[in-house]
Ligand binder design. Structure first.
Ligand code: FAD
Length: 148
């Protein structure tokens, strides 16, 4: 596993962090190696069974919207059930219709945000470094410009 990761992240030093992490991994007696997957379901309900949160649309940790979207989904589901007390099927259809656009948007954004955490190649890593430099400079200017 160490060799696989060293090959995958070769040339991505990231200020020494990646090199250090790979060196630590070589020395570690045990290591947990996991992968990140997004859940995309064509539908979130069947009969009286309904999925919500990560079970329905796990966006991955890169999104930063998993807990929020789970809670937004809970509110949408509650509203839909309250709005259609005589037909669970209609309520669950309404819940899906309400949530789909938001989930689609953040699932797509998660792929973009993932590049900030784990750039897929050296060119993206350079782009990210330049972007972060500009952002931190803008924030510094905003901070200096503020009256005390
Ligand atoms: C490293 C990391 C960082 C993250 N950072 C953010 C962030 O900054 N912002 C954000 O909004 N989200 C973040 N998330 C995502 C967020 O944690 C999840 O999207 C959110 O917890 C999903 O909530 P959930 O209730 O759908 O599922 P879960 O939190 O997974 O809850 C499911 C529950 O069901 C239980 N369970 C499973 N099977 C059974 C069973 N058979 N019977 C009974 N119980 C069962 C589990 O034990 C668990 O308690 C992050 C996730 C990770 C891993």
């Amino acid at each position: 596993m160490g060799r696989h990761l060293a090959g995958r992240f070769a040339g991505l030093d990231a200020g020494g962090i990646v090199t250090q992490a790979l060196a630590d991994l070589r020395r570690a007696p045990e290591a947990l190696f996991d992968s990140v997957h997004q859940v995309r379901m064509p539908r979130w309900h069947r009969d009286r069974v309904v999925l919500i949160g990560d079970a329905a649309w796990c966006m991955t940790l890169f999104s930063g919207m998993g807990a929020s979207s789970g809670m937004i989904g809970a509110v949408a589901l509650g509203d839909a059930l309250a709005g259609s007390p005589r037909s669970i099927e209609s309520a669950l259809d309404a819940y899906e219709q309400e949530m789909r656009p938001l989930i689609r948007k953040h699932q797509a954004l998660a792929y973009v945000k993932a590049q900030l955490f784990v750039p897929s190649n050296g060119a993206v890593a350079l782009l990210r470094a330049a972007l972060l430099k500009v952002v931190s400079r803008c924030r510094l200017h905003a901070w200096i410009g503020q009256p005390s």
